[in-house]
Write a protein that binds this ligand. Structure first.
Ligand code: DSN
Length: 421
């Protein structure tokens, strides 16, 4: 039977692009640490009739009729989120991570309040107070930085800075930090200075659920997570918070910031939470970290300088400029030609600007979802080294891409079935 038969009839152009993307995801080793492979069950929920309805409001308090089913779907997602993270309140409606952070700030801060998040070039997120983002424009941002020598969070320095600037909120949780975050220390610092503790666990939520990274929940006052990174769900987000912030958070999302929730995504979030609660998800999370450590060891052996010397989580940040005399962007482009998908990234105290950074950021959630283990990580490190050394040799890169593709054949991607093409 033809794959995507309705699309073939009504819009073959889009059908062809979807199949081309399936092939790309199948043939390449995807190492962008914020990406993953969602399951077929997640796709079935996102591609369902739940797309058809509007439901402004919350279960039992909607503005339109016809909410008999969606109320049950959203309540299921909320209850699963509360149980999995041990937080008293969950809002599963944010469209993604940035709106989720925006809603939390809107709920608990006033314009001009001081916030402290990790500086973007050190691994923080745009919405944690970066100067060109709403968070840096609306609030007074006093970013903290990593320790220059260790490239780790320096909790004593963060405390000192917090005592000086007296923030209303401190944000912990990052997009390019390869080490364990001590959330207990953040709670203590927040208590010391009377700040709210906001956790953004988007990158590490799957590791938290899988028991391989400490959880900030229920210590944090507020928290957010996207649902599509290590959690392996649909593109969406959740807010988790203490009961005293629940009403304000819900109002900040709707009517403050959003209209109708994306109901099909809500159902898919419920599915992802159910999948993450299964025992095999723990094994998956453990393997993500084992794979990251094995890949770090391989890269280290090839002479790449790893930020902070290694990794404790799903992510590795390494320097290409100093290690191999090639910029992060050029290295990322060469790796893509070699069938290995990464993103260029600043390293802490990078002398180069974010558009021409000195390093590359990689992660193991996607390759681990395909069932790859330590032996494949060793091979991956070898291929990466060869590709970066041969960055301007298209024939050498094409040869590596062929070897990568051959290896990928043995590791099926969840959610993709090549027999359908
Ligand atoms: N774009 C995400 C990442 O790659 O980490 C963060 O929002």
């Amino acid at each position: 039977m033809t794959y995507l038969p309705c699309l073939e009839k009504t819009d073959p152009e889009v059908r062809n692009l979807i199949i081309a993307e399936e092939k790309r995801e199948w043939d390449k080793m995807r190492l962008i640490p914020s990406e993953n492979y969602a399951s077929k069950a997640v796709f079935e929920a996102t591609g369902s009739v739940l797309t058809n309805i509007y439901s402004e409001g919350y279960p039992g308090k909607r503005y339109y009729e016809g909410q008999q089913i969606i109320d049950q779907v959203e309540s299921l997602a909320i209850e699963r989120a509360k149980k999995l993270f041990g937080m008293p309140h969950a809002n599963v409606q944010p469209y993604s991570g940035s709106p989720a952070n925006m809603a939390v700030y809107h709920a608990v801060l006033s314009h001009g309040d001081t916030i402290m998040g990790l500086a973007l070039p050190h691994g923080g997120h745009l919405t944690h107070g970066w100067k060109v983002n709403f968070s840096g424009l609306t609030y007074h941002s006093s970013p903290y930085e990593l320790d220059q020598e260790t490239e780790l969070l320096n909790y004593d320095k963060i405390l000192k800075q917090a005592r000086e600037v007296k923030p209303k909120m401190i944000i912990a949780g990052y997009t390019a930090y390869p080490r364990i975050i001590d959330f207990v220390k953040f709670r203590e610092i927040c208590d010391d200075v009377g700040a709210l503790f906001h956790a953004d666990t988007s990158h590490i939520t799957g590791l938290i659920v899988g028991g391989v990274h400490p959880s900030p929940y229920p210590m944090a006052d507020t928290g957010i997570t996207t649902s599509h990174k290590t959690l392996r769900g649909p593109r969406g987000a959740m807010i988790l918070c203490k009961e005293q912030y629940a009403e304000k958070v819900d109002k900040a999302i709707m009517p403050g910031l959003q209209g109708g929730p994306h109901n099909a995504t809500t159902a898919a979030i419920a599915v992802a939470l159910h999948e993450a609660a299964q025992p095999e998800f723990k094994t998956y999370a453990q393997q993500i970290v084992k794979n990251a450590k094995a890949l770090a060891e391989s890269l280290n052996g090839h002479g790449f300088r790893l930020v902070s010397g290694g990794t404790d989580n799903h992510l590795i940040l390494f320097e290409t400029q100093k290690s191999k005399g090639i910029g992060g962007r050029e290295a990322a482009k060469a790796l893509d030609k070699a069938g290995i998908v990464v993103n260029c990234n600043t390293v802490p105290f990078d002398p180069n600007p974010p558009f021409k950074p000195s390093g590359v950021r990689i992660g193991t959630p996607s390759v681990t979802s395909r069932g790859m283990k330590e032996p494949e990580m060793k091979k991956l490190g070898d291929w990466m080294n060869r590709a970066i050394i041969a960055a301007s040799d298209d024939a050498a890169l094409a040869k590596i891409a062929g070897e990568v593709k051959e290896c990928c054949k043995d590791f099926p991607c969840p959610g993709i079935d090549p027999s359908r093409w």
